[in-house]
Design a protein around this ligand. Structure first.
Ligand SMILES: *[C@@H]1O[C@H](CO)[C@@H](O)[C@H](O)[C@H]1NC(C)=O
Ligand SMILES: *[C@@H]1O[C@H](CO)[C@@H](O)[C@H](O)[C@H]1NC(C)=O
Ligand SMILES: *[C@@H]1O[C@H](CO)[C@@H](O)[C@H](O)[C@H]1NC(C)=O
Ligand SMILES: *[C@@H]1O[C@H](CO)[C@@H](O)[C@H](O)[C@H]1NC(C)=O
Ligand SMILES: *[C@@H]1O[C@H](CO)[C@@H](O)[C@H](O)[C@H]1NC(C)=O
Ligand SMILES: *[C@@H]1O[C@H](CO)[C@@H](O)[C@H](O)[C@H]1NC(C)=O
Ligand SMILES: *[C@@H]1O[C@H](CO)[C@@H](O)[C@H](O)[C@H]1NC(C)=O
Ligand SMILES: *[C@@H]1O[C@H](CO)[C@@H](O)[C@H](O)[C@H]1NC(C)=O
Ligand SMILES: *[C@@H]1O[C@H](CO)[C@@H](O)[C@H](O)[C@H]1NC(C)=O
Length: 853
């Protein structure tokens, strides 16, 4: 098959030209299957009903009863078209165009249909896309809630596309289903001919091939969502989970003074972000000669794969500065790769396609991509680089592969979770731990599969010795000989693969570089977990880095809990986890930097006049935090109880959007399993503690409501929740505020800065709400949802009854506040400048300096 590979046909060029001039969306279809009246998704895209394209067969439209928290959007996932017998869609298409076909699957219970019974085949004009396919098993293996499959269909030479769903006849009661279908005309992106690996003189024409997207990675960069792609609505993922071994090289970002230039290359080949970041080996020639920069991808054996590599060298300016070899599956795909020579100069983009056949001998379930310096031409630097990679499975008739096998460990984990759930039901305590859902991904593989594979090979039969669980991350960046696996590395065993997939792994070097070796001047906070540092990654992106105290065992658990929880919880009012580092006994969590810090420091710690928050802003912050907590309580698969709601855990970004942080004390399901019920150790912060929790040691979400009530009084009175220097009855803010509220003297203890500026109605509503939160019994406290509503009402009263003079005063207060903001900016630019100084990085090994030279 390889030997009689066809030669390049000129038609590809023709098609290419046609494609460029095509319009973009007029004849694309976005179908929500079983979604009778259509609907909009989270990106505002309109999905329409699929019914008018159906041609006979037994189908039903059905709605899922459960919305997994990881679903970004109800549309198209919450409704499905269920096929109990073979049935087809017929779509009109242009005969000479290539099309994206994206299928979306959310294996959930649909009426009486259990997704575990679903096995089916999908064909598109006779090409088998899926066969004996179980979305349920696939999602289980990937530890995600839903999955997307992307195909690129070669021009069909027909004016219709027949997409057939056929339940398997090998399984009793099997049915087929699909949640969403996208059919989008696309330019001929596969127009160029591809080099056959192992047969360098041959090229393969790819214009008539149908492709399945297996992987699409923004190397050295970050996740790129479909709406930020260059017009082809593709998703690009971070490459770190696929890096093999400890030698992960260094990442860099284009400097501001260099412009990325596509020249004649169409922009849709890959977005600017892909070419703006890259991964290279480092700056030490000897180190670089000693290793291969390697990625590993799990694939289906017995197929041809097209590997597309994207390059743009924005550092080097001359030919023969960096020359390297490219290996695919240990075969030389390319000798003497010189990006500048290929592209024509600094900042110019280019890409190369390589086709390889992967057989079915042992080891062939993986595709290895490796780069190594090529010293033959005596280049100036021994280095190699890559900006992006896409891997497509290709075949003209069949693309279906087997279902992946969920790893033993995942299954065990699931079992544990189930028995925990059952216990939960009987003991009637609501808790905690979101172990569900997952990232979208058409890729059949995530880090977990690779991990499982490596365990299989290196550590046969042992599931208890799980140090290979995180093989991609575990090691330190040493130069070849000594790669130490830290004694605590087993901690990462317990971080689910999904969590790993959802957040980025940072090496200790990167963390040290970002924080200037944990310089004390970068400390922005200290918590139970350890110190929090301000840092700068990726040449200017500000982050907060929480460094754990390596001695504390509790730290390890909370570290894991936080990764597990935060990586799966995404909400406007929750602080996002960007990634983590675990190396050499160091554990760090990397978060979005919240420019304005904690709510508390704006209430009373700073006490600068410019820091005074207006009543309106305080209300807005409280509403934001309440929404975040509401999401924790109800939005996730399990009720998540924060357990440490306080004003230092409510942070504000530069736009004063409030975000709840610090889930370190929250507990996950499996842990609960051992204790049988919610931890009996009372955790939380004094002054905020729910007295009922204290008495009965039983945790409910109403414990958070109590703490939030204290936060509300703190926002109103701007004083610490416990102040031992005050007379006894005033020590605890909660007690004192309640007493004053009942005596009708609350006005006397509110923040003097707010006196006369709060609309009395608004104050009353607010105080009543806070009082209810502090009810002795959880049952009497409002839910977070009620709270949001009441606070919004208080905000309304403030805004609408205040009169215009009042309002303008409020405005001027904001101006004062933003003066404070400018001051901050000034400060941070100063820091950034320091960060970019060449010299700080010299402290760390040569690998740490992203510029290399
Ligand atoms: C379609 O293309 C036109 C011009 O080429 C552009 O203005 C428009 O924004 C595009 N629409 C979408 C949805 O990409
Ligand atoms: C861009 O700036 C860097 C230093 O910041 C300098 O070394 C490099 O030569 C500049 N490149 C161009 C094209 O000006
Ligand atoms: C490539 O080489 C690595 C070791 O360097 C080996 O583990 C792997 O199985 C090889 N892959 C193939 C496809 O031969
Ligand atoms: C790099 O990979 C190639 C191909 O698998 C292999 O032949 C070579 O030995 C590797 N080099 C190093 C230093 O690992
Ligand atoms: C397509 O796949 C089938 C089955 O794996 C194989 O027999 C056939 O040769 C492949 N065709 C091409 C063009 O790769
Ligand atoms: C279908 O897939 C299931 C699960 O992967 C597997 O156990 C079964 O053997 C497959 N059946 C066929 C006919 O391939
Ligand atoms: C990881 O989980 C296993 C059981 O699943 C447990 O025995 C082990 O102590 C955990 N490791 C850490 C560091 O928490
Ligand atoms: C802001 O920066 C300017 C110059 O960089 C400096 O003169 C000024 O003192 C700074 N202001 C503050 C508040 O740091
Ligand atoms: C690093 O910079 C500081 C001040 O910016 C200077 O004192 C020190 O000598 C520099 N170190 C090196 C190694 O260049």
């Amino acid at each position: 098959m390889i030997s009689n590979a066809p030669v390049l046909v000129c038609i590809s060029l023709l098609l290419n030209a046609l494609a460029v001039s095509s319009d973009n969306s007029s004849d694309s279809l976005l179908l929500g299957c079983g979604l009778e009246n259509g609907g909009k998704d989270v990106d505002g895209r309109q999905w329409s009903s699929d019914s008018k394209y159906l041609t006979g067969g037994n189908t039903v439209a059905s709605k899922s009863s459960h919305q997994d928290p990881s679903l970004l959007s109800e549309v198209p996932y919450m409704t499905a078209r269920v096929f109990t017998s073979e049935a087809s869609y017929r779509f009109p298409v242009q005969p000479d165009k290539r099309y994206w076909l994206r299928l979306h699957f959310y294996p959930s219970v649909y009426g009486s249909f259990n997704p575990a019974d679903s096995y089916f085949e999908v064909t598109a004009n006779g090409i088998t896309l899926l066969s004996n396919f179980s979305a349920f098993i696939t999602c289980q293996a990937l530890s995600q809630a839903y999955l997307d499959r992307e195909y690129s269909l070669a021009p069909l030479n027909s004016d219709s596309l027949t997409l057939t769903f056929k339940p398997s006849d090998k399984h009793n009661g099997a049915f087929a289903f699909v949640n969403g279908i996208q059919l989008i005309p696309m330019p001929e992106v596969f127009g160029s001919s591809a080099v056959m690996v192992g047969n360098q003189d041959q090229t393969l024409d790819t214009t008539t091939s149908t492709f399945q997207t297996m992987f699409r990675l923004n190397v050295g960069g970050q996740y790129i969502p479909p709406n930020q792609d260059s017009d082809l609505s593709r998703t690009w993922y971070d490459d770190t989970p696929y890096l093999y071994g400890a030698a992960s090289g260094i990442t860099s970002h284009v400097e501001k003074n260099v412009t990325i230039n596509y020249q004649s290359m169409p922009k849709y080949i890959a977005p600017l972000d892909v070419y703006s970041t890259s991964r290279s080996m480092g700056s030490d020639n000897n180190v670089n000669m000693g290793f291969n920069l390697t990625w590993i991808f799990q694939i289906d054996p017995n197929f041809m794969y097209l590997t597309r590599l994207h390059f743009c060298d924005y550092v080097e300016t001359k030919v023969n500065q960096i020359v390297f070899n490219i290996f695919i599956n240990n075969q030389t795909a390319q000798r003497e790769a010189d990006v500048v020579a290929w592209s024509g100069g600094q900042g110019m983009t280019t890409y190369k396609d390589y086709v390889i056949y992967v057989g079915d001998s042992p080891g062939d379930e993986n595709l290895w991509l490796a780069l190594h310096p090529d010293p033959e031409t005596k280049p100036e630097y021994y280095d190699a680089m890559l900006n992006g990679v896409e891997i497509f499975k290709m075949n003209d008739t069949i693309l279906a592969g087997p279902n992946p096998q969920p790893s033993q460990m995942l299954l065990e984990h699931e079992q544990e979770k189930k028995s925990f759930d059952n216990k939960k039901k009987t003991s009637n305590t609501v808790v905690i731990g979101g172990a569900a859902g997952g990232a979208a991904g058409f890729a059949l593989v995530t880090a977990i599969c690779i991990a499982a594979f490596q365990r299989k090979n290196r550590d046969p039969g042992s599931y208890t010795q799980t140090s290979s669980w995180l093989p991609l991350y575990g090691n330190s960046h040493s130069s070849g000989s000594k790669s130490t696996i830290s004694g605590k590395s087993c901690a990462s065993n317990n971080i689910s693969a999904m969590a790993q997939g959802l957040c980025r792994y940072f090496s200790l070097q990167e963390i040290k570089h970002a924080t200037k070796n944990f310089d004390e001047s970068n400390v922005i906070g200290v918590g139970g977990f350890g110190k929090v540092y301000k840092g700068v990654i990726d040449n200017g992106f500000k982050v907060a880095i929480k460094r754990s105290n390596p001695q504390s065992e509790q730290g390890v658990n909370e570290f894991q809990t936080e990764i597990e929880m935060l990586s799966k919880l995404r909400h406007k009012h929750l602080v996002s986890l960007i990634g983590f580092c675990e190396e050499d006994d160091e554990m760090c969590l990397v978060y979005d930097y919240m420019a304005r810090g904690t709510l508390r420091e704006h209430l009373y710690k700073g006490n600068k006049p410019t820091d005074t928050l207006s009543w309106k802003r305080r209300l807005e912050i409280c509403i934001g935090a309440a929404r975040g907590l509401h999401y924790l309580h109800t939005g996730a698969k399990y009720t998540i109880i924060h357990r440490d709601v306080k004003t230092t855990n409510i942070l504000c970004d530069e736009n004063w959007v409030a975000k709840v942080s610090d889930f370190g004390l929250s507990k996950t399901g499996p842990d609960m399993n051992n204790a049988g019920h919610v931890s009996t150790v009372v955790k939380g912060s004094f002054g905020y503690l729910d007295p009922e929790y204290f008495r009965r040691q039983q945790l409910t979400e109403k414990s958070d409501v109590y703490s939030f009530g204290v936060v509300l009084f703190e926002a109103l009175c701007a004083r610490p929740v416990l102040n031992p220097n005050l007379p006894k009855e005033q020590v605890s803010l909660a007690d004192w505020a309640l007493l004053c509220k009942r005596k009708g003297t609350l006005e006397d203890i509110i923040d003097p800065n707010l006196k006369g500026k709060i609309n009395p109605e608004s104050l009353k509503k607010f105080a009543d709400t806070a009082e209810k939160c502090l009810s002795d019994h959880g049952l009497d406290r409002p839910s977070m949802n009620d709270l949001c509503w009441n606070l919004e009402f208080a905000l309304n009263l403030q805004e609408n009854n205040g009169g215009s003079r009042h309002a303008s005063r409020e405005e001027s207060e904001f101006e004062e506040v933003s003066l404070g903001d400018d001051e901050n900016k000034n400060l941070s630019t100063a820091n950034e400048q320091e960060d970019s100084s060449e010299n700080s990085s010299a402290i760390f090994s040569q690998i740490a300096n992203p510029k290399g030279r």
